[in-house]
Design a protein around this ligand. Sequence first.
Ligand code: LER
Ligand code: MN
Length: 270
Amino acid sequence: MKSAITLAQVPEAKAGPFVFHQPLPDGFARAGKLGFDAVELFLPGPDFIGLEEVKSMSAEHHLDIAAVGTGAGMVQHGLSLTDPDPGKRREALDFVLSMIDFGGQLGAPAILGSMQGRWGGEVSRDQSLTWLTEALQAADERAARHNVSFIYEPLNRYETNQFNQLAPAAAYLDQHKLDHTVLLADLFHMNIEEPDLGEALLNAGAKVGHVHFADSNRQAIGFGHTEMTSVLAALQEIGYSGYLSAEIFPLPDADTAARQTIEAFRQLVG
Ligand code: LER
Ligand code: MN
């Protein structure tokens, strides 16, 4: 397993669960100094920074790009893949595909979290799932072209009503033959939705493709009360070799949260 930490550049997500909000050269430098394996990028869009610039910071600080988020489409532009307006849905899909292309050129998968939206009002559950499936099929295909996976993230009930747990999401990916799409096990969402974190990971098995490494209160591992021994044992048992990426609040401050994360990672993973 490899360590990663989030770098965000989206002003609307200033209060969100991302560790470093400093300009990217500074964020890369801080993450590199602490010895992380990679960074996860939360950017306003694919044109925010050139690929060569990212590659150069990545090489300079010995940090891979673990993944790129797509949530700016929601927090900056109010876009969702399940919006009743077909124009908005198209815009949302174009945004997600453009982030897959951006990440793909860096060898990094894109994540679908908040952009999955929710059903309700004039949109039935069936209708919303049909739209989500169409979007995921396009995303899966686009990611495959870049030889990367696409990451689908079940979120807790306060953020979506599409999928809140790993097991139904895994069955859904299988049912629709989304073979290049993997699940994001965000330990914060799982702490709310799963009866047992270790069991949920064991059942999801090879479908787990990315982990958001967050304690019960969405702070660095060790600052909350999630029991991590069984979580790590489950990840080891399923042969998980991907990232444990800290998508957490920068509390009490970003550097302390980052240091606590890498210390917890070393203690748990070795
Ligand atoms: C995104 O990875 C996530 O976990 C959501 O809660 C958006 O903040
Ligand atoms: Mn997450």
